[in-house]
Write a protein that binds this ligand. Structure first.
Ligand code: NOJ
Ligand code: CA
Length: 719
């Protein structure tokens, strides 16, 4: 499955005992020349250098242009001297790595992992401590991380703050979210870096419940564009046993500095050596599409150790969900609030008549899924506790094994199985990590017993134990624990409100989805910006797939709930495009069956579109403006194209040269009608069929807030 070639390019490591090392320090101090490595294609150059006071720095250029100006590295520790200065270079090692590997699921069948590496061993003579900085330079960017070898003077330590700088070359255009320890569900702001401070307040109102940590702090992935057209993306990879990184901007110098999520007592991480930090990543290109095609974040994660991955499968699903989000039905079974849940006898209380997850209704969804070839039905609100899920006693609200009286877990799973459909489990924890861990074993045993193979988790609200944050080390370890426990039970996980992904799905391919950004649900809570989905692939999706839950055809939420005046900021045709532009092995058709039944012609695209791919090409892209992807279905000859544009509308011009030149195809184009508009006329679409080959060119109009989707099937081939 994998072939490697690993060869050492050069070695200058010193394996000297401490005494000898100390003797050498003076000499090394003066002679520590800058170390330089290039990307395999030589476009990128990474330079490591020690400043005069022994401060480690790095610099990154792309085709001779400054991406990261000399930037400091290091960490401050609690109750211990900082690991930021007074270093000497004790040794350096260079290596080259070149392999290809095949993901269990993905955007492409085969991924190339090719980089040049520089590992710098630093010693701090005054404290007799050693720190290693490892750099990997790929054709598409840089990864760097700290390594803390096991050593007498650095066995346990507490991080006060990581001080990794990213000194930018100018006042770049930024696609940013407020830096927040507990929510990633803000609207993205597009502005110059120098404007962040002025826009921060507006950026956090009206929908965010939390508070940013400063006036210039932002989240990653952070997408940047320089005035001279360099696209730069900063994020992290392999976030394990560490706090999630934010970036604090100095808006005079345009230096970004890492800012880790604090725990309940303000600490930023407890480390026992040997240990590594996550990778800090900088993806760079002069072509926007290269950022989208980069596999750097995945490549910086470890290969999976799972021996059997046959139980991990991409999933296309429908669900008892949008009806609750819009307010048409409810998660809860009764209208009582603030009830003491452990004393309630549900068979005695009056049902509210709006409970969505009832037997008859769930069967309708199962029938609909079976009829149209979906793999699964998500059912939320199946279990007791929703009456009080935000209450004071949320630590005890859910036990994840007790269904409401009108949800027959045995019968519904039997019924689903008889139709070759699975029910997706839902575990809303209401942020009580402690309560979830208390019940995790029995919850997963329950799933195994009744035939569930996937769970959607949720962490709405403050974390319990109180004071912890959604992205601190302790809570990140919880998400990791759930993922690993789930794997023991052969369960796939889709985490909502959990920490943003950092490519961990390479190592743990049962992590088939995450939310970790503002998803479709916000179209029912006031709406998403019309350009939202032209930005997300450049930001949130750099870390991994998103359960965005597209496919809303009834764009007026009031059609389901007269009290809800929200509308979907997208045309219907663009909702189809999102299955291609928002990569995920887990895709929902989020609207209600009654609505799909009125638009079966457009619904056909959702039925046809693949969720796993052999190949992916970005045909056009500009963050905040438009994105056009073409993807080839895994193991098939069919291709799917998706294009979204912002509120301006545009004409997309593509050629189909990605098609096999020896084949003839039939294309079905699902597009905005001439008079479509995301606010004024979102449901106006037109479908046309035509014969195409690899020589075909297409010019296709996208309405304001619109888009188009194309299925391209080999002529004469079965669907
Ligand atoms: C927020 C999630 O994003 C949404 O999908 C879910 O339905 C609710 N929490 C309730 O768990
Ligand atoms: Ca959410």
């Amino acid at each position: 499955m994998m072939h490697h070639s690993f060869f050492q390019a050069s070695t200058s490591g010193r394996k000297a005992p401490w005494l000898l090392l100390l003797l050498c320090v003076g000499l090394l101090w003066q002679t520590a020349a800058a170390q330089e490595i290039k990307s395999p294609n030589a476009n990128l150059t990474l330079t490591f250098a020690l400043q005069a006071d022994g401060v480690p720095t790095y610099r990154l250029t792309y085709k001779g242009r400054e991406v990261i100006k000399p930037s400091k590295l290091g960490l401050e520790l609690k109750n211990a001297p900082a690991l930021t200065s007074g270093f000497a270079v004790a040794g350096t090692k260079q290596a080259t790595f070149n392999e290809t590997w095949q993901p269990v699921w993905g955007e492409v069948k085969t991924i190339r992992n090719h980089y040049n590496e520089l590992a710098v061993t630093l010693t701090q003579a005054a404290t007799q401590r050693t720190l290693l900085v490892r750099f990997r330079v790929f054709d598409d960017g840089l990864g760097l991380r700290y390594e803390f070898p096991r050593q007498p003077k650095l066995d346990y330590f507490t991080i006060k703050e990581e001080r990794t700088q990213f000194a930018l070359a100018g006042d770049h255009k930024a696609f940013w979210l407020p830096g927040d320890y507990d929510t990633q569900e803000y609207s993205t702001v597009t502005s110059n870096l120098s404007e962040i401070r002025g826009k921060m307040k507006a950026a956090t109102t009206p929908n965010a419940s939390q508070t940013p940590f400063s006036a210039t702090g932002v989240q990653t992935p952070l997408m940047l564009k320089s005035k001279d057209g360099l696209y730069i993306n900063i994020h992290e990879a392999a976030l394990i046993d560490y706090s999630a990184m934010h970036l604090e901007l100095d808006d005079q110098s345009f230096v970004l500095t890492s800012h880790l999520t604090p725990d309940a007592v303000g600490d930023k991480g407890l480390i026992q050596t040997p240990a590594n930090s996550p990778w800090r990543t900088v993806i760079v290109s002069d072509k926007a599409g290269d950022i989208l095609e980069s596999k750097l974040v995945l490549n910086l994660n470890e290969p999976t150790k799972f021996k059997d991955v046959s139980w991990i499968k991409p999933v296309k699903y429908v669900g008892v969900w949008w009806e609750m989000i819009t307010g048409k039905s409810t998660w809860s079974y009764t209208n009582q609030e603030n009830i003491k849940l452990d004393s309630i006898d549900y068979s005695k209380v009056k049902p509210n008549g709006t409970h969505g997850a009832n037997n008859a209704h769930v069967k309708e969804y199962i029938d609909f899924a079976a009829k149209h070839g979906f793999d699964a039905v998500l059912v939320e609100g199946w279990n007791t506790g929703w009456e009080d899920w935000f209450g004071k006693h949320k630590d005890y609200v859910f036990d994840f094994v007790t269904p409401y009286p009108d949800f027959d877990v045995v019968e519904l799973n039997r019924y689903a199985a008889s139709k070759n459909v699975r029910i997706i489990m839902h575990h809303e924890t209401s942020g009580s990590v402690r309560n979830y861990e208390r019940h995790l074993d029995s919850a997963f045993q329950f799933m195994n017993k009744y035939g569930y193979n996937a769970v959607k988790t949720g962490y709405v609200g403050d974390i319990v134990p109180l004071g912890h944050h959604h992205y601190d080390q302790w809570v990140n370890n919880h998400y990791q624990y759930v993922l690993e426990k789930a794997a023991e039970h052969k369960i796939m996980v889709n985490g909502h409100e959990a920490v943003r992904p950092t490519g961990l799905a390479r190592t743990f391919p049962n992590l088939i989805g995450n939310e970790a950004a503002r998803g479709t649900e916000y179209e029912a809570f006031g709406g998403n910006n019309a350009d939202h989905t032209t930005i997300l692939p450049f930001t949130r999706l750099i870390g991994g797939p998103m359960d965005y839950t597209p496919g809303i055809f009834q764009t007026k939420v009031s059609a389901y709930n007269p009290q809800n005046t929200s509308f979907v900021h997208s045309t219907l045709a663009r909702q189809l495009a999102l299955y291609v532009t928002m990569y995920s092995p887990l895709q929902m058709a989020a609207d209600l069956p009654e609505t799909y039944n009125q638009h079966l012609d457009a619904f056909q695209f959702i039925k046809d579109v693949a969720v796993d791919w052999d190949d992916t090409k970005v045909l056009e892209a500009e963050p905040g403006d438009y994105i056009t992807y073409a993807r080839k279905a895994k193991g098939k000859t069919s291709w799917f194209v998706g294009s979204t544009c912002d509120e301006q509308g545009r004409t997309s011009k593509i050629n189909l040269s990605f098609l096999d030149p020896s084949k003839k195809y039939v294309a079905t184009v699902y597009a905005d009608a001439k008079n479509a508009h995301y606010e004024k006329n979102p449901q106006a679409y037109a479908i046309r069929k035509m014969n195409v080959t690899s020589k075909s060119k297409l010019s296709q109009y996208c309405a304001p807030g619109g888009g188009y989707a194309i299925s391209i099937m080999e002529a004469g081939a079965a669907r």
